[in-house]
Design a protein. Sequence first.
Length: 527
Amino acid sequence: MASMGGGDFLDPEPFVRKVKNGGMLNLTLKHICAAEAMKIHGVKAELQSRIAERIRFYADKQDEAKFNRLRAIIEHPETVQYPQVYHSSASPAANSTPNGAPSRSTPGAAMQSYNRPNGYGMNLEFKPSPFYNIVEQIGEIKTCDAMTQHRHTVNIPVKVQTHPTLSSVVNDPTLKIMIFCAGEGNGKQDIAFPHQSEIKVNGGDVKANLRGLKNKAGSTRPVDITKELRLKVPGYQNTIEMTYALTTKAGLNGAFVASQKFYIVLYVVKTVDVTDLVKKLGVGKKITKESVVNDMIHKSRDADIVATASVLSLKCPLSTLRIDLPCRSISCRHNQCFDATSYLQLQEQGPTWLCPICNNSAPFESLVVDEYVKNILQSTSRSVDQVTVEPEGQWKLYNKPDPTSSRPGVASSDFSDNDDDLIELSPGGRKASTPITKTSTSNGTGTQAPSIRDSLSAASSNRSNPFGSSAGGVKRPISEVIDLISSDEEEDPPARPPPKKQFTSGSANGLNGAAPPFRPGFSFQNR
């Protein structure tokens, strides 16, 4: 026992110095933290601080037994014995010190303590998630041995009286019991279940996506089994079963090259709601309006880039709704933002943490609020979904171009169907236009211009009398009448050609009333 001044005062400082300055490796420090049921995450300085605080705590409380136990571990960390956590048959009874000390005071028993937040031994660490914080491990870690052909089942029994923390899950809706699983590997692991696996709780199937998104590592979520467990009966033993097969690991070109083990464990986690994360983002890191404008000006002055106005959408590319809190990753180079709530809801369902605009990594820690876009959202009504951004940062409401005004052409009057002209083609090529009117109009000589109906009648009579001549003996001018009457006006019925009839003596045909001499078998018809 270390003491000062010959008294019974426990002196932790020599051991603190050994921890901080003794050249211990990270693995050794993790061994000590695990033996004391402390977190094993973090850098070396954090591990050293935890151990130093713990031994000082024992010294302040004058807990000689725990102080001496931790001192022995610090002085001889190589003597620490750990349970066979890599095999499902491991049991706490097999973990004891060589001198037969009670298992509760041994590092091995400490490894079986249910106050650890994570990990089996020192190797199983899961990547953190903003949607939950691990509170406590329930039971031991089970090993799922490699199965290339047959099916295998792993059982995990759970009793509330064995794990007092489970009783608080009933009254706290933010506490959940979840199944975590990972394959073999080093460092922090993604959640991954065997390719073919199913989970049952108390004999009932648990419907959950155990594969995540296709070809997206890390998109699998832990399985929430809180509702399936019977936690209100302290003595009831819940049974959790995972049946699995095909633990082979895919290699290049889809070839299965190796088999691997999986490790399954239960944790009590405290969930974090999306609304709380959005509030955290709202008061967190920001990209100021000035920095965004300065970046635009810098790009516009680049001689290699032709800067033009661009259209900025105020709608989220995920939900297609107007953005409430504009976010993007600090590493994104674009000004387009997405809505924080929509993005986090999507990641809660299947975590990929990729920017929906540039597809680059955008984890929660890198998300920032863009105050430039936020200012635009606050300055415009909710009906506005696009603005035009000038190269130097000025913005204005976006006006969609009118497709009719941009089409080249002549004025609409030129294409009107309501043409009021009647064009008459004369033999000399002269065009005479006569306006459509109900009454005739006076010309410059005092005579009246013929109306359309008169013109049609004259044309009809000329066609019906091809042999006719004018009163002055001059040949009748050949004329063609083109009627351009609009469809919305009442049209005159077209003139019918005269009926064909045989020549009679009394017909007025312009031949001075004289009948031609009779010839047998010959008849004269008007053409």
